[in-house]
Design a protein around this ligand. Structure first.
Ligand code: NAD
Length: 483
């Protein structure tokens, strides 16, 4: 095993380079807990090299391209990623433990992000503003310059697509710090970008620990904007570091999103989506529907149906492509166990659990999906992100109570509302504090086009859709007095 490990290098200015420190990190397969590759454990020196390469590219090449030329390059990259979708999915499957269908869906989402932002490049423009007699006033949307992207491990390809795709489309060049558990697919995407003609320095990948290389990226004077996706805790640190030099930040943080089911809901439609929203990616999804709020009139029958469905869920190695794969790492598994043991200590009942298949190696990081009922609204399992396949159910007595429970966490990322009553759909959508609201669906199939982001501790700023481009640019107002 040891001898077969490959050395993964940083990718800076279209060149594979070792880190300055010469130190490495192991890459572990979550399905069996075994190391199979080595990553660079980079430091501030590597970030400095990448930022300089990016700046040079921005000033000498990228800023001279027309918006249409940037769009053509992104479109070529989209096509190239499509050609390599199976390869990228296989890389991410081993690196992150994603079942085949999920890994493949992530690669296709990456194709779609590049395609969407390719088409958006030459549609991003400023405005003219009616003003005083003798003046003409216009606004220009200008790129920040060199943008830093700190990416989590749960959806590396998707988050790279939405964040780096949007930044490039708006005219920025990028320095990317992937999560230490999920770098391999992104290094490969950067290589593919070079193959289709992206200039050296437009996309730079530097790997390593967050507190070392991520911190160095956030602090670097040459970074003009930071796009951070990750935990609220690290989001706070990033914000503090960025504040010292007034660097703009987009924060895409966690969630504790409610699925709100009224008595008149179409349960046949809701049940599969409720399940998928908590077991997709083994529950390691920022927008996971991790709280189930149910009208008391249908609480018992709904839990019974859901319980049966949970018992049928199968968990196993990513390559078996079952309902649920492994968690990303041992510490994540321990985190989920800690939540469940707290729930047990509080006598919170488990209605049903899925099953880990016999073929799953004991050294892999598996967790059977669990449905918990009568969860007190302020217990930590109803308040904090578990980031595992654990659904916390509770009942509500009327619409006001449903709103109160829905808004009773520090988060506000996504909400699902299930009802056939049209007026209630609008009332609820207005009253729930959340960045996205889905009515009689959850996630709308991913929605590359749909602005995404949170309120409260779920962060601020928006990624995805055209809206993201506004965040990746700054607005310059030009007033001309011509008489
Ligand atoms: P994390 O905050 O631990 O790490 C995210 C990234 O930050 C990683 O690349 C990590 O190396 C880096 N990092 C860690 N410490 C750092 C520091 N001191 N300075 C700079 N960078 C640092 O999060 P995670 O465990 O990788 O991901 C899970 C979290 O991400 C969850 O909270 C989840 O909800 C959130 N998330 C949010 C979205 C969204 O769009 N809102 C999407 C996916 C994940």
């Amino acid at each position: 095993m040891e001898q077969n490990r490959r050395m993964q290098l940083n990718y800076i200015a279209n060149t594979s380079v070792p880190s300055a420190s010469g130190r490495t990190l192991p890459v572990i397969d979550p399905s069996d807990g075994q190391p199979f590759d080595e990553l660079q454990r980079s430091n501030a020196h590597d970030i400095d090299t990448a930022v300089h390469a990016a700046r040079k590219c921005h000033d000498a090449v990228w800023s001279k391209l027309s918006a249409a030329e940037r769009g053509r390059l992104l479109m070529k990259l989209s096509a190239k990623v499509a050609e390599h979708a199976d390869e990228l999915a296989a890389i991410e499957q081993r690196d992150c433990g994603k079942p085949t269908k999920q890994a493949r869906a992530d690669a296709i989402a990456l194709v779609r992000y590049f395609e969407f932002y390719a088409g958006a490049c030459d549609k991003l423009h400023g405005d003219t503003i009616p003003y005083l007699d003798g003046y003409s006033v216009l606004t220009w949307r200008e790129p920040h310059g060199v943008t830093g992207h700190i990416i989590p491990w749960n959806y590396p390809m998707q988050i790279f697509g939405r964040s780096v795709g949007g930044a490039l489309a708006a005219g920025n060049v990028c320095v990317i710090k992937p999560a230490e558990d999920a770098c391999l697919s992104l290094i490969r995407v950067a290589q593919l970008a070079a193959e289709v003609g992206f200039p050296a320095g437009a996309i730079n990948i530097v790997t390593g620990y967050g507190h070392e290389v991520g911190d160095a990226l956030a602090r670097h004077e040459g970074i003009d904007h930071i796009s951070f996706t990750g935990s609220p805790k690290v989001g706070t640190l990033i914000q503090q570091v960025a504040a010292e030099r007034h660097c703009p930040v987009t924060l895409e943080l966690g969630g504790k999103s409610p699925q709100i089911i009224f008595a008149d809901a179409d349960l046949d439609a809701a049940i599969p989506m409720v399940i998928n929203a908590i077991v997709q990616n083994a529950g390691q999804t920022c927008s996971a529907g991790s709280r189930l709020l149910v009208d008391q009139a249908i609480y018992e029958p709904l839990l019974e149906r859901l319980g049966q469905a949970f018992e049928n869920l199968r968990v196993g190695p990513a390559a078996m492509d079952l309902d649920v794969g492994p968690l990303i790492r041992q510490s994540q598994q321990q985190r989920v166990w800690d939540f469940l043991s707290d729930a047990h200590a509080a006598s919170i009942p488990i209605v049903a659990q899925g099953r880990i298949v016999d073929e799953a190696p004991e050294t892999g990081y598996y967790q059977a999906p669990a449905l918990l009922r009568d969860v007190p609204a302020y217990h930590r399992i109803a308040q904090e992100e578990v980031f595992g396949p654990v659904l916390a159910a509770m009942s509500f007595k009327d619409e006001d109570h449903a709103v109160e429970l829905a808004n009773a966490t520090q988060f506000g990322l996504v909400a699902g509302i299930w009802t056939r009553d049209g007026a209630r759909q609008f009332r609820m959508a207005r009253r729930v504090k959340s960045g996205q609201v889905f009515i009689n669906n959850y996630g709308a199939g991913g929605g590359v086009e749909l602005p995404f982001g949170g309120v409260k501790s779920s962060g601020y700023g928006r990624e995805k859709g055209f809206e993201a481009l506004l965040g990746f640019t700054t607005l310059k107002t030009v007033a001309i007095r011509h008489g």
